[in-house]
Design a protein around this ligand. Structure first.
Ligand code: PLP
Ligand code: TYF
Length: 400
């Protein structure tokens, strides 16, 4: 038995995290995994989440019955409204469905399983992208997993011309995966006029958009602004899929709280899609977990709690922006060779520094600074106490 089983390669990001945990240095810095930290370097339970979880746990009505196959309805309805906008024609005309998933990862997988059965087995992913995308579509049985140009290392910005040329050459019906906002790992998003250009070509070429939205509210601090790309495609009449995660914007990482929202042409089609998604859920997870969904549902459906959440979101986005500014200023003060404007130009959780793999390994060895080998830095790992040390480490490694 199991003669052919060999050790699987570790997940590169989780692997860096476990090396960081083992490191005994007092000055070690974790900018590897994309998880929010306070200025004290601690995980943060949002005050509104703490309040609501106490309400739920202490409620005499609390039970642990199964949720329906498509999850908690007050949660999935609110999720669809959050991403599409309350006044979206898709919402008003009830031509959407929203099905609860095992966080953002599970939503991408659920979407991939659905599209493979009912649409196409060719998907284009941005280059670079979150490493898990490739594996998810592989495991879902896609036959063609291709990439499209996204990032231009010279400008450290969007490679819009190549991106558009590539879209024009894709075959009809191909699925194109986009990060709705705060692209992981580059921190580079198309501007509104670039999204408009992309949508126009997608429509002409009959391509299918699949949005992965893991950072709504994190990119700009505004939930509406961060949903602009998705809403623009909807306005242009696309049917589309959006995978939503509440890991980052609610800090509910381990509760695995997410949703797959599908915009359709008619209510009847939306209902058919919903039942097929339920059928997929049934064999993979049966029914989704309740706790995270209960928390998010209470917050999204109560105007006062919602306001508290938005204020925490702004605080997280604001702290990350401050770290961008402080890191940039430190490097300028040090006169570190190179151009560092991208640190303040890029948005969301990550900065794609442009450091080489060798430099990333060196900074880990010499300074106990843990980042991915691609040079991605999770800005939430920086704080007012370690940003100077971090900037110094970069400065020295760049000069070596
Ligand atoms: N998609 C992207 C682009 C991500 O960066 C992440 C991780 O944060 C996810 C999806 C899914 O995360 P989770 O499964 O924790 O919701
Ligand atoms: O990119 C990140 O750091 C987050 C967290 O397999 C993450 O998206 C990393 C790796 C992974 C799952 C989540």
């Amino acid at each position: 038995m199991f003669e052919n089983v060999t050790v699987a390669p570790p997940d590169p990001i989780f692997n860096i995290f476990s090396s960081y945990l083992k490191d005994e240095s007092a000055t070690k810095v974790n900018v590897g995994i994309g998880a929010y930290r306070t200025d004290e370097g601690k995980p943060w339970v949002l005050p509104v989440v703490r309040k609501v979880e106490n309400m739920i746990v202490n409620s005499p009505d609390l039970d642990h019955e199964y949720l329906p196959l498509d999850g908690l309805k007050s949660f999935t309805d609110a999720s669809a409204k959050l991403i599409l906008g309350t006044n979206s024609p898709v919402i008003l005309e009830k031509r959407y469905c929203a099905v609860q998933s095992i966080s953002g990862t599970g939503a991408v997988r659920l979407g991939a399983d659905f599209l493979k059965r009912f649409h196409d087995k060719t998907v284009y992913l941005p280059n670079p992208t979150w490493a898990n995308h490739q594996s998810i579509f592989e495991d879902a049985g896609f036959t063609e997993i291709l990439e499209y140009p996204y990032y231009n290392p010279k400008t450290k910005g969007l490679d819009i011309n190549n991106l558009c040329d590539n879209l024009k050459a894709m075959k009809e019906n191909s699925i194109v995966l986009f990060h709705a906002c705060a692209h992981n790992p580059t921190g580079v998003d198309p501007k509104e006029e670039e999204w408009t250009q992309i949508a126009k070509i997608m429509k002409e070429k009959k391509l299918f958009p699949f949005f992965d939205c893991a950072y709504q509210g994190f990119a700009s601090g505004s939930l509406d602004k961060d949903a602009w790309s998705v809403r623009h495609f909807v306005e242009q009449g696309f049917e589309l899929l959006v995978a939503q995660s509440y890991s980052k914007n609610f800090g509910l990482y381990s509760e695995r709280c997410g949703c797959l929202t599908v915009a359709c042409q008619t209510p009847a089609k939306a209902e058919a899609v919903r039942t097929q998604l339920c059928k997929i859920n049934r064999t993979v997870i049966s029914t989704p977990p309740a706790f995270g969904a209960r928390i998010v549902s209470k917050v999204l459906n109560d105007p006062e709690l919602y306001k508290e959440w938005v204020s925490s979101l702004k605080e997280m986005a604001g702290r990350i922006k401050l770290m961008r500014r402080m890191l940039f200023d430190e490097l300028i003060n040090l006169g570190t060779p190179g151009n560092w404007n991208h640190i303040i130009d890029q948005i969301g959780m990550f900065t794609y520094t442009g450091l080489t793999k060798e430099q990333c390994l060196l900074i880990r060895d010499k300074f106990h600074v843990y980042m991915t080998e691609s040079g991605r830095v999770s800005m939430a790992g920086l704080n007012t106490k370690n940003v100077k040390y971090f900037a110094n480490s970069i400065d020295q490694v760049v000069r070596m």
